[in-house]
Design a protein around this ligand. Structure first.
Ligand SMILES: Cc1cc2nc3c(=O)[nH]c(=O)nc-3n(C[C@H](O)[C@H](O)[C@H](O)COP(=O)(O)OP(=O)(O)OC[C@H]3O[C@@H](n4cnc5c(N)ncnc54)[C@H](O)[C@@H]3O)c2cc1C
Length: 815
């Protein structure tokens, strides 16, 4: 037997599907010096059985990409590694009980089509062609996915383990990791069998990930934001009628998901397997009285069928065959939930050379793709596809235990819920409040959560319907619509104020800091007293992030970025930070008011502002407004004359009151979104992502290929410039009907999918529906007629000139 390894390049903690897949991908890519440590047998987390490849309806390419990759990988894996396994492609159907659900299916089918998956929508009577035992009289319809199926997780794990070992990867079973140390840039992984020195460590410990995460705390790690839920399914005894049908047809009935009722039902041998995501769900190991056991492998929770009763009855009415059989066996197992139910795949927040791949609720369906993504992170520090939706840095310090628990219960109980564009989920709110939160709510603020910060989305008037039910629509119209218009019109004609807590805010100082930043961004730096948008490309010239760069002095910068980008962008600035430079995070100390509209200057004058109000667009200055010290930045994401007031939290209430008192109308995030669309300003991780290069994104004016400094992606961008881009950013005016184009809608031309939207909405100043998107470069010419697929309807869309739709010459904001 080979000696226990004392060194390795990568140590993976946990040999479930995800850890094994990561080792498999690393070894296949030639990183053979990698070791997987599993405290048990390899398939510890696989006491249950099943997999599906259906897209995640939270609407993220990242998850769809992982699932699509997994499904394709599993189809040939047995042959690739010479380990035969059971992978049944049964197809699946999803049922719709409402018009809105059918619209959602239309959208998902469109997203699938974009990725080469053929999902089709069915009328109720057609569903029986796929599933003869189904009652369909009360349904709106359904969706058929021919490629869905199920797989044996134990076999899957063993197959990947064999493939990994054959390619040179190393697996140590019955080898729990017990602790970590650091020696310079090396990790020392401690196990009962000995220590391993390595460069990278990956936490793939499944539902134990929080416990393993604690070992990283001394090195900058945070408490892993997850909760362990109990998920149950039961298996019936053999059903003779089903057995006869399977014998006759030679196939299994497709996997059925009644997403409105909230369960899946699939054939297991000649019986059925029913698994609900019940509203009255249960978390485990969340109180001191109920600690997580040292080891729960191969164990299950006690049966708790009572919780499922309602779902069982509903399923029996849907598939009466289910009621003809007795319950064979119940499985009640631990399933990890991050607050949004999406996994954590990527760099470990705060810890150098450490990664995470855990909290999978659909780890069997996503494991193949997750291993690919993790191996890319480890080997290249970046991924083929933009993976922000599953990036662990999307949760920052507000995601404490109470938040995680509240969100896990909400997410599990609404696992298949629709995510409507004007709906805000109610659990886990009020984690971070603006200094004027109470005042904003008093004014009618309907709040939304942004990296835990509560901001007003819109302001309701007396008598407006602000119920959750009113938001259960894909349509643009709702109680908010007229109010948003009023808010936008106030900004267009007079002056508005938006309270904007939670802008991520970093100070970067020290001798040589300008040169450091020039080596990070594609463009030029502003002069002292000015600001600019800085774009940070990755090594392939893709859009890693965008920050507002304010320069106070030669060696003194403040960088401001989206609330959700806080930990991501801190990493971007911190990576390779030379000794002697100082990077500090001031997000929670200061806040921002956006004061904008043609009367903004008058307003400031009326408040006895001590500042140069004639200073030009993109100037910055210290000032006093209404006698209060603050900082003014002449910029407006709304595209009107305006200033951002940046001030210490304690000074914000008086400033807000002064600005309101001087006649500014409060406006919310929805109005801001409408106005930024009209200006073609890009939004973080919608329009700006690593799925696109800077040149594709139409950001050439922020790229200075002739500057002397090298920066990430410079060579790639030079090359792309010579070769020409394949895709191009476009602004579209859309004949949209009742709903605007959501993110990730297909763009069509001549019956061919030629691109996708990156965001969309209604422009209240131009009275039209707008979509921003990426299209095949030859179709980006202004005037080109395309179609946008909006919830299944193909709507005419015309490519616009490459300039803002509102105030194309930018005269208003420079006034
Ligand atoms: C009843 C039920 C049904 C499910 N059905 C489906 C389904 O149909 N489709 C689907 O995709 N998913 C399903 N899931 C979810 C799926 O099982 C998980 O998402 C998946 O198993 C997670 O895999 P993993 O590799 O992340 O974690 P795990 O399989 O939990 O693996 C983590 C490993 O880490 C090891 N470990 C922990 N601590 C240490 C340590 N200190 N040192 C060394 N090793 C350690 C553990 O022993 C374990 O083997 C279901 C879950 C349940 C409970």
């Amino acid at each position: 037997m080979a000696e226990f390894p004392s060194t390795a390049r990568v140590v993976i903690i946990g040999g479930g599907v995800v850890g094994t897949s990561t080792l498999y991908h690393l070894a296949k890519a030639g990183w053979t010096d990698c070791v997987l440590l599993e405290k048990n047998e390899l398939t510890a987390g696989s006491t249950w059985h099943a997999a599906g490849n259906v897209p995640n309806f939270a609407g993220s390419w990242a998850v769809m990409n992982m699932q699509r990759y997994s499904a394709a990988m599993y189809r040939t894996l047995g042959e690739d590694v010479d380990y035969p396994m059971n992978y049944h492609v049964t197809g699946s159907i999803r049922l719709a009980h409402s018009k809105e659900r059918m619209q959602e299916f239309e959208r998902v089918a469109g997203m699938g089509r974009y990725q080469g998956l053929e999902m089709t929508l069915c009328a109720p009577e057609e569903l029986k062609d796929y599933h003869p035992f189904l009652e369909t009289h009360d349904l709106e319809g359904g969706m058929w996915d021919p490629l869905d199926g199920d797989i044996d997780p134990a076999q899957l794990t063993q197959a990947m383990a064999k493939g990994a070992r054959d390619a040179g990867g190393r697996i140590e079973r019955f080898c729990p990791i017990e602790g970590l140390e650091r020696d310079g840039d090396e990790w020392i992984v401690k196990t009962a069998k000995g220590e391993i020195r390595c460069e990278y460590v990956v936490n793939c410990a499944g539902y134990y990930a929080q416990r393993v995460g604690e070992m990283f705390r001394p090195f900058g790690g945070r408490r892993v934001p997850m909760v362990v839920m109990s998920h149950q399914y039961f298996l019936t005894e053999e059903i003779p009628e089903l057995a006869a049908w399977t014998k006759e047809t030679g196939r299994k009935v497709p996997l059925l998901r009644d997403v409105d009722t909230s369960y899946y039902l699939r054939q297991d041998k000649n019986g059925l397997n029913l698994g609900p995501y019940e509203r009255n769900c249960k978390a485990h190991w969340v109180t001191p009285e109920d600690p997580m056991p040292q080891d729960f492998s191969f164990q299950l929770y006690p049966d708790d069928l009572e919780r499922l009763e309602w779902y069982i009855e509903d399923a029996m009415a849907r598939v009466p065959l289910l009621g003809t059989a007795g319950v064979g066996r119940n499985i009640n197992g631990p399933i990890p939930y991050a607050p949004d139910g999406l996994p954590m795949v990527g760099p470990m927040p705060g810890v150098k050379n450490a990664f995470e791949g855990h909290s999978f609720t659909f780890g069997i369906a996503q494991g193949g793709g997750a291993g690919k993504v993790l191996s890319e992170w480890i080997m290249h520090g970046e991924t083929e596809d933009d993976m922000w939706a599953v990036d662990p840095r999307r949760y920052t310090d507000y995601a404490d235990h109470d938040y995680c628990l509240a969100k896990a219960l909400e997410t599990y109980g609404h696992e298949y819920a629709m995510h409507f564009p004007h709906h805000e989920w109610p659990a886990g709110r009020d984690k971070k409040l603006s200094p004027v939160d109470a005042r904003v709510r008093e004014l009618g603020g309907q709040m939304g959560s942004y990296n835990g910060w509560e901001r007003a989305n819109w302001f309701a008037a007396e008598g407006d319907d602000t119920s959750e039910e009113s938001t259960q629509t894909w349509d643009r119209n709702g109680p908010w619509h007229a109010r948003i218009r009023d808010e936008v019109e106030a900004v267009r004609d007079a002056v508005g104020v938006l309270d904007l807590p939670g802008f991520s805010r970093f100070n970067l100082t020290g001798a040589g800091v300008a040169e450091y930043l020039r080596g990070k961004i594609a463009g030029a730096l502003p002069k002292p007293g000015r600001m600019t948008l800085g774009y940070f490309p990755d090594s392939r010239g893709r859009i890693l992030t965008e920050m507002s760069i304010m320069r106070h002095g030669e060696d003194h910068f403040t960088l401001i970025t989206a609330a959700t980008a806080e930990w991501h962008d801190f990493d971007v600035l911190n990576k390779g930070l030379p000794e002697g430079l100082s990077l500090t995070n001031h997000t929670t100390e200061f806040s921002t008011l956006i004061v904008t509209g043609p009367k903004a200057r008058d307003l400031f004058q009326g408040l006895d502002t001590q500042a140069d109000l004639a200073a030009t667009w993109l100037s910055i200055q210290t000032a006093t407004v209404a006698g209060i010290d603050c900082f003014l930045a002449r910029v407006s994401f709304a595209g009107e004359l305006g200033w951002e007031i940046h001030a210490a939290n304690a000074d914000i209430p008086a400033l807000y009151d002064a600005v309101l008192g001087a006649g500014a109308k409060p406006f919310g995030m929805y109005a801001l979104n409408s106005m930024r669309l009209e200006k073609g300003y890009r939004a973080w991780k919608g329009d700006l992502s690593t799925d696109y290069s800077m040149l594709e994104g139409g950001l050439e004016r922020f790229v200075k290929l002739d500057k002397p400094q090298d920066f990430p992606g410079k060579a790639a961008l030079q090359n792309e410039k010579q070769q020409g881009v394949k895709k191009r950013f476009v602004t579209l005016l859309v004949e949209a009907g009742d709903a605007d184009a959501p993110y990730m809608s297909c763009l069509w031309h001549d019956d061919e999918v030629v691109g996708e939207t990156t965001s969309g909405g209604w422009g209240h100043r131009i009275n039209a529906s707008i979509a921003l998107g990426m299209v095949r470069a030859d179709l980006a010419e202004p005037g080109t007629a395309l179609e946008v697929e909006i919830y299944g309807r193909r709507c005419k869309a015309i490519v616009q000139e490459d300039q803002p739709l509102w105030d194309p010459a930018n005269e208003r904001l420079r006034a």
